[in-house]
Design a protein around this ligand. Structure first.
Ligand code: NAI
Ligand code: MN
Ligand code: ZN
Length: 337
């Protein structure tokens, strides 16, 4: 089989490998489609602190189960599945309180172990979620990025009366906006970014108001408009954003963070406590695949508005280049295997 391997930072090769045998408790997936994510590009360029090399990248993938390991019911062969990349131990403290996404022994497929940019990939059977026929192959490939939105929004618990503000109209901001609108029915959604084309896409995905903050103070602009967001999601993840979010938040608001920057940021206790703000962080997803599959089956979210490009897997280098250089027009790229 062919696999996309990052041999070392900066060196991507298309490698011929043996088709893997599923271990005990695992299924083997014949991969049909995979999505490109920022973290694939980060591993490629040596910017992901968790990655070990050589590594088959790819953690957003869909395919058909074609073999099972010991202990797995053979009736699963032939199932259409989306694979949850979060592999957890099941017995540590975070696992025992339903937070396997921060398992003490967390292994992410495509980061800590070989991933889905390959003609075949193995995963624990409980990570392979059956996709109903009503969800297309392409849509199923986008379940994983929507689980990131599902996870952070499960912390923030938006309601119809919220005024939500989302920083960043990249793939993460777009999935969050679609869910805020289609699943939670939030009253008003504001998107903030610096790329006009991305702001336009965010509006097409449910944002009511788009603010380009490249040349203005967001604090002043919101004050002028009389808007105090009650739910804020940082999908841009610059370290300076948290203090600004604290400043613009309504009293009793909730703020959700997704960033992994190791740079320090300065915030004041007074800003948080005087408004009794709640600040949540969210990493990957804690078993949110069933939730997103339901959203898709009920057409509450629309991945068609999120998928912008398609490439054959043999063109992965070109695809990564478009992904990294054309932020204006690129959101989710799918690779066909
Ligand atoms: P992206 O880089 O495609 O999008 C970020 C967007 O934020 C860009 O459109 C950029 O113009 C905008 N932006 C940057 N600084 C801004 C600012 N100060 N104000 C307003 N907009 C600003 O990235 P993507 O894929 O959407 O991911 C977003 C972030 O989420 C990344 O930092 C990534 O590491 C993180 N992430 C976290 C996950 C988690 O589980 N916690 C999972 C996936 C991504
Ligand atoms: Mn991803
Ligand atoms: Zn664990």
């Amino acid at each position: 089989m062919k696999s996309v391997v990052i041999e070392e930072p900066g060196k991507l090769v298309m490698q011929e490998r043996d088709i893997p045998e599923p271990a005990k408790g695992e299924v083997r997936v014949k991969v049909k489609l995979a999505g490109i994510c920022g973290s694939d590009s980060h591993i490629y360029h040596g910017k992901n602190p968790f990655a070990k090399y050589p590594r088959v990248i790819g953690h957003e993938f869909f395919g058909i189960i074609d073999a099972v390991g010991n202990g797995v019911d053979a009736s699963r062969i032939g199932q259409r599945v989306a694979v949850d990349p979060v592999v957890s131990c099941g017995h540590c403290y975070p696992c025992s309180v339903g937070r396997p996404n921060v398992c003490s022994e967390l292994q992410v497929i495509g980061v800590h172990r070989d991933g889905g940019f390959s003609q075949y990939a193995c995963a624990p059977e409980q990570n392979a979620y059956l996709v109903p026929d009503s969800i297309s192959d392409e849509f199923a490939t986008t379940i994983e990025p929507f689980t990131i939105a599902a996870n952070i929004l499960s912390h923030l618990k938006p309601t119809a009366q919220d005024i939500a503000l989302v920083y960043g109209a990249g793939p993460m901001g777009i999935t969050v906006i679609q869910a805020l609108k289609g699943v939670y029915g939030v009253k008003q959604i504001i998107i903030v970014d610096r790329i006009p084309e991305r702001l336009t896409m965010a509006k097409e995905c449910g944002a009511d108001l788009a603010i380009d903050n490249s040349n203005l103070s967001l604090v002043d602009e919101l004050q002028k408009l009389g808007i105090r967001p009650t739910v804020i999601v940082d999908g841009a993840c610059h370290p300076t954003i948290l203090q600004e979010a604290i400043t613009i938040a309504s009293p009793a608001a909730r703020i959700g963070l997704m960033g992994f920057s190791s740079d320090p940021c300065t915030i004041t206790q007074q800003g948080i406590t005087s408004k009794e703000l709640s600040i949540f962080s969210s990493r990957l997803n804690s078993k949110r695949f069933p939730m997103v599959i339901e959203w898709m089956a009920e057409k509450k979210i629309n991945p068609a508005k999120f998928i912008t490009h398609r490439f054959d897997y043999t063109q992965v280098i070109d695809a990564l280049e478009v992904f990294e250089k054309d932020q204006k027009h690129c959101c989710k790229i799918l690779l066909k295997f």
